[in-house]
Write a protein that binds this ligand. Sequence first.
Ligand code: PMP
Length: 352
Amino acid sequence: MELNPKILENIRKVEPYVPGEQPQNRVIKLNTNENPYPPAPGVVEAVRNMDVDRFRLYPDPTASSLVNALSEYYGVGEDQVFVGVGSDDVLSMCFLTFFNSDKPVLFPDITYSFYKVWAELYRIPYVCPEVDEGFRIRREDYYRENGGIIFPNPNAPTAIYEELDFVEDIVSRNQDVIVIVDEAYIDFAGRSALELLDKYKNLLVVQTFSKARSMAGMRIGYAIGAPELIKYLNDVKYSFNSYTMNQPSLVYGVEAVKDKAYFEETVGRIIETREWAKKELKELGFVFPDAKANFIFATHPEYDAKELFEALKKENIYVRYWGSRRIEQYLRITIGTREEMEELFSFLKRYK
Ligand code: PMP
């Protein structure tokens, strides 16, 4: 007997998220917003000294060491922190847990494309208000009735950062639903929505170790919010138990949080390189929204983005290209080391 087509209806609709290429040879990799610097020295040390015998044992399902380190770092209660296997897993859990009314969840049309995948997969109705011509989110679009809101700040892939009053406006006008601010890139930008947590119980801030903390390979993400929201996330997690952090990630995560000086220094270096890269790109005729993340979302009036993307790849320089609606002519360029960016610019100066 044939499988009832209704059974697979939602998954057939999913346009899968296509991750940036992960070439295994050495290339100049400016395509998935990784950090060009190594993780904190304490992490490197912990890798060397890892007690392999611990691998026999299951990890702590409550991830208490990491929850504790994060709660101290941010000055919030332990009952306000939830950790998961990368912020993708945390966000996917949030969709399942919080976005389950009949009303549509709102997120911008140009944003992190996984939101749409989760909404389709979990059969959550959604509406995607269009960002304006300059790719900015229009706050008025989030004043309508809805079943929840999510947006990144800075947004991806545009790198546009909105100030705290913008975030507060959306959170405060939607206190009957959960508003998730995805702050994957906040450390390269400005003030975090964490500052609003004392005022709003409907706000959940999600961050990651993949970018500013240079640990994309370890898969650590977290949500910070009111204890009630964190409790619900834990209820879902313990029921399904598929998101438990592995033992090494817990150890390395704690080490990464400890070293504030290293964190600030490497983030500072990336911001410095970004500001210089913006000037270089401008001189070469590129156009881009003001970038406040560890990447720049750029177009060139005289170049075809796809051709440039291919030409760069031939030089072993990987950037990100989608070719999707409204952003066909844009490339996203991650900020690498100064040397990597110099190689990029040396090629761009020779291009055409
Ligand atoms: N949110 C945004 C906006 C992102 O760009 C990314 C990275 N692709 C993520 C979340 C997920 O990051 P991770 O799962 O590595 O924490």
